[in-house]
Design a protein around this ligand. Sequence first.
Ligand SMILES: [Ca+2]
Length: 175
Amino acid sequence: MRIRKRTIAAWGASALLAALALGLLFSCGAPPAGEGEFTLIADSLGEVPMHPDALKLDNLAFAFDGSMETRWTTVAHMEPGFFVELRFDRPREVAGLVLNAKPVPNDFPRGFVVEVSRDGSDWEEAAAGGPDATKKGVTTINFDHPREVRHVLVTLNKAAPYWWSIYELEVKYAE
Ligand SMILES: [Ca+2]
């Protein structure tokens, strides 16, 4: 089953301005870890109830700004179907991902599926996992084998009474 994805295009301008403003506030001078490599282009937040904190935290850039002071989060309890999608600027050989939620160690995915695509239309499953993938809030995802991809989609398949948070998202390149 393919869940419908919300792209950043619909609300990109305001989100981008908010990201820039908050980025300036929280910047510690380090360049964004994902700059020039990948962009988080979509999340599930259009499909979850809004919370007052959402305006502060519904910010994909926080997951790869190089700072463990900032996070992206769902601001809602985890539900199956919540997702984060990455897009690379060019095809990259990817072996896995690390999702770091160490400061809020309960905010990790209890169950997830990772799908990858070269073109954004044909998708293959590259990894799946449960709570064992996480140690102290750090979720390590290893693909079944390195794959040349431009899109990576992480989707939850289990609920939990915690928000899903990513302080930093690290891509494990195979090249
Ligand atoms: Ca961050």
